[in-house]
Design a protein around this ligand. Structure first.
Ligand SMILES: *Cc1c(COP(=O)(O)O)cnc(C)c1O
Length: 364
């Protein structure tokens, strides 16, 4: 008998998620480029919808998020009954783990995958098996080789954060074809809107065709609503039913639902965000390469850049230098990428500043 209440034993093994750091204000400059937030902010229409909800704070949200699911369904040509909304797509991952993973089960993710997949598995007492990537790209053969009868979920962000790399739809189909029908394939499309590649697809077709594929999407990135916490899954009906059994009845707030519906209606904001990202990411990559730094071939809204293994020039040194100039970017030690930093694409001004400061850093 313990002398105090004990939490579940598996919780001790969890590395608590470390969010991107706020930037200190230095000489009036405070540039956070550490969390892949939308540098253009959010849609004015979403803001207006959010403000209107301030007049109705005593009302519960629509627990079924019906208007939002309908708006998502119309926008993407989906069946609203197969959509379920979460407080961020993170909550969808928590709910999937709760519904499908138990002690003794395995889930699977790749070496430099999004950290939450491991955490949600651990909470359920399952083991998350980590599979090596090939040059920072998920390796379908390695994933399939690691699958066992205990594998209940395969998590794959496509494209992935923090590497920024992606698998073609052909590769995704090959991965799915190699899985047993009882293994759930979760395709996290948090950055899907940013990808400008003809061989990419978020996987919606697979959900329509098979009983073991789920895709997740978020309002946090392209729609610039990270503060509100809204994400969604498109899933087979039996998976939606399982999620709804573990879901809190009012998991997405009224204001979040209203703002998300309005954001879906503001296609111009999304287009502007994509165009900005495409242009600025190219400029950032070119600028970093001109400094002699290596960048990974990414398709999201951030650039992953390698630093020399040289005293005073390592990622930790660059992080500290940038922070002293009022800029935060993301260190990747926690993602087994100690030689890289992740820089979120910012405003024109922010990207110029990061390039100027890194020029100074490398020349110092
Ligand atoms: C940012 C991000 C998300 C989105 O998380 P939310 O909870 O919806 O804010 C999901 N997956 C990956 C890989 C991400 O980088």
């Amino acid at each position: 008998m313990s002398d105090r209440p004990e939490p579940l034993p598996q919780l001790a093994g969890i590395n608590v998620y470390v969010p991107g750091e706020e930037a200190p204000s230095v000489g009036g400059r405070s540039y956070k480029m550490a969390s892949n937030e939308n540098p253009l902010g959010s849609s004015e229409q979403a803001l207006a919808a959010y403000r209107a909800e301030a007049e109705k704070l005593w009302l519960y949200p629509d627990g079924g998020a019906n208007a939002l699911r309908k708006a998502i369904a119309e926008k993407h040509g989906l069946d609203a009954d197969r959509i379920v909304c979460g407080a961020g797509s993170d909550e969808i991952f928590y709910m999937l783990a709760r519904a499908y993973l138990a002690p003794g089960d395995e889930s699977l993710s790749t070496r430099h995958a999004f950290a939450i997949y491991t955490v949600v598995g651990q909470i359920s007492g399952a083991t998350n098996v980590v599979v090596d990537e090939k040059d920072f790209v998920a390796d379908v053969d390695a994933i399939l080789a690691a699958v066992t009868p205990k594998t209940k979920i395969v998590w794959l962000a496509n494209p992935n954060n923090p590497t920024g790399t992606y698998l073609s739809f052909d590769e995704i189909k090959r991965l799915h074809a190699g899985l047993s029908q009882s293994t759930l394939l979760v395709l996290d499309g948090a950055y899907a809107e940013y990808v400008r590649k003809n061989d990419y697809a978020s996987g919606i077709e697979l959900v329509s065709e098979f009983e073991n594929v789920v895709i997740t999407r978020t309002f946090s990135k392209i729609h610039g609503l990270a503060a509100l916490r809204v994400g969604w899954a498109y899933a087979p009906r039996h998976v939606v039913d399982a999620i709804n059994r573990v879901r809190g009845p009012f998991n997405v707030s009224r204001s979040a639902q209203a703002a998300a519906v309005a954001a879906l209606g503001d296609g111009a904001f999304v287009e502007k965000s994509v165009a900005h990202n495409t242009a600025e990411m190219a400029r950032l990559v070119q600028g970093l390469q001109d400094l002699g730094l290596e960048t990974l071939d990414g398709v999201c809204n951030f650039v992953v850049v390698g630093f020399p293994d040289q005293d005073g020039k390592r990622p930790a040194d660059a992080l500290a230098f940038l922070k002293s100039r009022g800029i935060t970017v993301r260190g990747l030690d926690g993602y087994a990428m100690p030689h890289h930093l992740r820089i979120s694409v910012g405003t024109v001004e922010q990207n110029t500043a990061v390039l100027e400061e890194l020029t100074a850093f490398l020349g110092a």
